[in-house]
Design a protein around this ligand. Structure first.
Ligand SMILES: [Zn+2]
Ligand SMILES: [Zn+2]
Length: 215
């Protein structure tokens, strides 16, 4: 029975001729094992879920474009080229939405089963050819996720938010400030308005109001 989604490792040989519609899996039959043979691969594939860090990531299903060269070398298949992926997120300083395109270079060896490279590497040190198929998804995922900034910003020098009013400082005039009113005068300011020009220096008919003894 054909497996729709072959497992990432193991049991690969039985599914080798059936990448089963997973666009991240590439059949190597055309490439062959003769060192020096080369195959160009250009395809746009939908991003899987969870390609993200806290504030930014590749939306699930977004088009990830691959322009890769697959070269047969002694130890396996050398994959090199460019990856482009759209990212969306929010600015760590001002929370504005961010949209960008990641452009990344990649070069990695997928080792043949039984090759010296495979035999001398730890399980997680080297990517492997599975039968006659390589799965590009873990490689591109690592490349993309490791390049995502933990504190993305909308512009290189985003000034963030005003701590008093919460507006974006970049949207406000350069001299944006808040008058800090002494709370003891807040009541007066309310009664007389912001300008106190009408208020006489000393009010007539109330002499001695500053005398604490008077009742
Ligand atoms: Zn910002
Ligand atoms: Zn403000």
């Amino acid at each position: 029975m054909p497996a729709v989604q072959p497992p990432r490792s193991g049991a690969a040989s039985t599914d080798a001729r059936r990448p089963a519609g997973n666009p991240w899996r590439v059949e190597l039959r055309e490439l062959g094992r003769r060192a020096g043979s080369m195959h160009e691969l250009e395809r746009t594939v939908p991003a899987p879920a969870d390609w993200r860090v806290e504030l930014i990531g590749v939306p699930e299903g977004a088009p990830v474009s691959l322009r890769l060269r697959l070269e047969s070398v002694m130890e396996g298949v050398l994959v090199s080229g460019e990856v482009e992926a759209p990212v969306t997120g929010s600015c760590a300083r001002c929370l504005e939405p961010i949209e960008d395109i990641l452009e990344l270079d990649v070069q990695e060896l997928f080792a043949y089963e039984g090759s010296t490279t495979e035999a001398t590497s730890e399980e997680d040190e080297v990517r492997r050819v599975e039968g006659e198929v390589i799965d590009l998804e873990p490689m591109v995922r690592d490349l993309v996720v490791l390049s995502l900034p933990l504190a993305p910003t909308c512009t290189e020098d985003c000034a963030g938010l005003c701590v008093d009013c919460g507006q974006r400082l970049d949207d406000l005039p350069a001299d944006h400030t808040h008058e800090v009113l002494d709370p003891r005068w807040a009541g007066l300011a309310q009664r007389f308005g912001a300008s106190q020009t009408d208020r006489p220096a000393s009010e007539p008919g109330t002499p001695g109001t500053d005398n604490p003894e008077e009742n």
